[in-house]
Design a protein around this ligand. Structure first.
Ligand SMILES: N[C@@H](CCC(=O)N[C@@H](CS)C(=O)NCC(=O)O)C(=O)O
Length: 210
């Protein structure tokens, strides 16, 4: 059975939602990032990057959220979570790549500045810039990338799960969601989907467990 290695409040929520939406048989393995579970030898043997998410499949391990999302969409094609048209699929990949390589990286400067500098003043300066850089990424999505009512227009896709997972970081990153009415409305509608509620409930149950 597929196994999703995840942690509460992270980008792993995106594949978690996608697996729920797909009706896939899977189980979750929860990591506690505060306890540095992602740096423990057993986990590094699975994913030497020391990050979540990981999707363990019969054929091997997959990392990187956009890759996992595309795999879930293709493997469970009947759920219709990817556009069939090649150009639309490339647009979805472009959207997901932007979240992964720009928005997520801007967000990481708030708590993971040590990846880029050892100098406390530089780390502080990078953190101070997060509200601006994260807001800039959401502004691009709001004005240029989001088609509406879903990311890709009429079709609900794995990109919606990814946008929802990262939009939940806004307040923590010092970004006022009211600046982005289309992304906020999407977040509200996503929160009403049973698959999203199931994924969040699993996260909460796991986080509450000792
Ligand atoms: N590019 C990776 C980024 C994964 C990533 O940075 N995940 C964060 C959680 S959102 C993490 O595992 N952080 C733990 C750490 O940096 O030690 C992806 O998209 O999957």
């Amino acid at each position: 059975m597929l196994k999703l290695y995840c942690a509460a409040g992270t980008c792993a929520l995106a594949p978690h939602i996608a697996l729920e939406e797909a009706g896939a048989p899977f189980e979750t393995v929860r990591l506690d990032l505060q306890r540095n579970d992602q740096r423990k030898p057993d986990y590094l043997a699975l994913n030497p990057k020391g990050r979540v998410p990981v999707l363990a499949t019969e054929l091997g391990v997959l990392t990187e959220t956009p890759a996992i999302l595309a795999y879930v969409g293709q493997r469970f094609g009947a759920a219709n979570l990817l556009p069939a048209d090649p150009f639309a699929f490339a647009q979805l990949q472009s959207f997901n790549a932007f979240i992964c390589s720009s928005l997520h990286v801007a967000h990481a400067h708030r708590t993971r500045g040590h990846r880029w500098s050892d100098d406390p003043a530089t780390i502080h300066a990078m953190k101070a810039k997060v509200p601006e850089t994260v807001a800039e990424a959401f502004r691009f999505i709001e004005l240029h990338a989001f088609q509406g009512p879903w990311v890709m227009g009429q079709q609900y896709t794995v990109a919606d799960a990814y946008l929802y997972a990262v939009a939940r970081w806004m307040e923590g990153d010092g970004v006022d969601p009211a600046q982005f009415p289309r992304v906020s409305d999407h977040r509200h509608r996503m929160g009403q989907r049973p698959a999203v509620q199931r994924a969040l409930a699993t996260e909460e149950r796991a986080a509450a467990a000792p």
